[in-house]
Design a protein around this ligand. Structure first.
Ligand code: HMG
Length: 447
């Protein structure tokens, strides 16, 4: 069977940066360590006044198409994953296609366009849609463009404000991909939860502490479901383990549980036993509570062992480098984590061809999905082509007053127009260009 997967990837960050430790924490009367140590975040990306989910998505897709020498005729579907849509009928993919048609000969009239929501899971589902479309032989030799784009803003004063971010990831899904091939095996953990939602409102209603527990519970289910088709996951199965990353501290918690699960009944558990004992088994306890407490104590000791720290340092920490600088991108976040891990591997001179990644997506509401990906021979050139470091370096660092201004500019309940004060000059990119006669957002390309 021919491999199907991600052929190319582009990352587009919002052009503004809010330093969380130096700027945000003091303004909020908080300790910088809550961000740098607790949440694991250095800064958040924000969209400048002329940026939004469409411009960031279209700019990422444009660079990807240019780099791969594609024209609209080469693309048979455009699927957008977002939790920040501003239109309840017209999909964001149509706006992005409209942007791209401004700069290419030809159009996307032949392309199937859609939109999904469910944070990272939506981006992964869009990749799955493309995978199934190609596998079914319906693609007529064309590739699928998947764009995950969000402005992850919270109401000012909400605890989630600490984890904001904005950016887009564009991915090309093809046969014989250059980057990673997808496994057929998948695992799901899905339940009707009310931990984070936006019932016809721009900013989320969040039960933050519970959302963390829901993330871990759904992830646990997804891993078990994955193992029911793929077999038990040995501790050294995955060379990298990218998770949905609302903030790195969340992944730190998930990784500890994942490792504990993977080493259970293995030689690693036995090797660690003289120092920290074996994992508690439920049958040894009178109540669930006692068992859970004992597991908590075991996990606290496990994450202090060299064995765990080495695994975490190699497999999980590299996936967090970009997230630390940009915050949560909702739908794009696991895709940023994958790119971050591969970028680290490239910079460290690792040969990953043929190695396996474990990819763990998540969306509040809530669903987790786990699958494997095999790194393809063209991965180095693809990752080498990313310009994310240059983009991060070029961001304009905003003061707290400027942050409030830009937060208001992107607040749908406040009147904003295309003339709102921007902090950077647009250059060779799509920009927001005001409102049309039916209330639609309009865009133009600035040379
Ligand atoms: P909070 O009240 O701002 O922060 O809420 P906190 O007081 O819990 O502190 C955060 C961490 O920093 C804690 O670590 C503190 O101990 C530590 P933990 O105990 O959890 O390991 N800390 C410090 N460490 C060192 N030195 C210090 C210090 N001070 C504190 N001085 C919360 C944090 C995440 C709840 C909040 O930001 C929030 O509500 N965020 C939004 C919801 C969220 O991100 N949930 C994550 C799971 S759900 C998900 O991922 C889906 C999502 O992407 C939505 C979607 O797209 O579907 C969010």
């Amino acid at each position: 069977m021919t491999a199907v997967g991600i052929d190319a990837i582009e990352i587009r960050t919002g052009k503004l940066e809010l330093d969380l430790a130096e700027t945000f924490a003091p303004a909020k009367g908080e300790e910088p360590e809550k961000y740098t140590k607790g949440l694991g975040l250095h800064s958040s990306s924000f969209p400048d006044a002329y940026e939004d989910i469409v411009t960031m998505g279209a700019n990422a897709a444009h660079r990807l198409m240019e780099r791969k020498g594609l024209t609209p005729a080469d693309i048979g579907r455009i699927d957008v994953a977002t939790e920040s849509a501003f239109d309840n009928s017209k999909p964001v993919s149509t706006y992005i296609a409209g942007c791209l048609e401004q700069v290419y000969d030809g159009d996307f009239h032949h392309a199937n366009k859609g939109e999904r929501k469910f944070a990272c899971v939506a981006g992964t589902q869009s990749i799955d849609d493309a995978y199934n479309w190609i596998r079914a032989g319906r693609h007529r030799g064309r590739a699928a463009l998947v764009v995950a784009t969000d402005t992850a803003l919270y109401a000012r004063g909400d605890p989630g404000e600490a984890t904001q971010g904005a950016g887009a990831v564009a991915m090309l899904i093809t046969e014989d991909p250059d980057l990673v091939a997808l496994s057929t095996e998948q695992g799901y953990g899905s339940a009707d939860e009310t931990d984070f939602l936006k019932p016809n409102q721009q900013f989320p209603s969040v039960d933050g502490k519970r959302s963390v527990q829901v993330y871990l519970a759904r992830m646990r289910e997804a891993v078990r479901d994955y193992e029911s088709v793929a077999g038990e996951i040995p501790p050294d199965e995955f060379v990298l383990l990218p998770f949905h990353t609302p903030f790195p501290g969340m992944v730190r918690k998930a990784a500890a549980l994942a490792y504990r699960h993977m080493i259970r009944d293995t030689a690693v558990e036995e090797e660690l036993a003289p120092d920290i004992g074996r994992q508690p088994r439920p049958e040894a306890f009178d109540t669930d509570e006692e068992y859970v407490d004992a597991m908590g104590e075991y996990t606290d000791e496990l994450v202090e062992t060299d064995r765990y720290l080495d695994w975490y340092e190699a497999t999980v920490d590299p996936t967090l480098s970009i997230s630390r600088e940009v915050g949560n991108w909702y739908t794009g976040s696991v895709h940023v984590a994958r790119a971050s891990g591969l970028k680290h591997a490239l910079e460290s001179g690792m040969d990953l061809t043929g190695e396996t990644l474990g990819v763990a997506s998540y969306g509040s509401g809530a669903q987790a999905e786990v699958h494997a990906e095999t790194v393809q021979p063209g991965w180095e050139a693809e990752i080498e082509a990313l310009n994310v470091d240059e983009q991060l370096e070029a961001r304009y660092s905003i003061s707290y007053e400027e942050y409030k201004h830009i937060h208001d500019v992107h607040n749908h309940d406040k009147d904003t127009d295309a003339e709102a004060e921007a902090f950077t000059p647009p250059e060779a990119e799509f920009v927001f260009d005001g409102w049309g006669r039916m209330g639609e957002r309009k865009y133009r390309y600035v040379e």
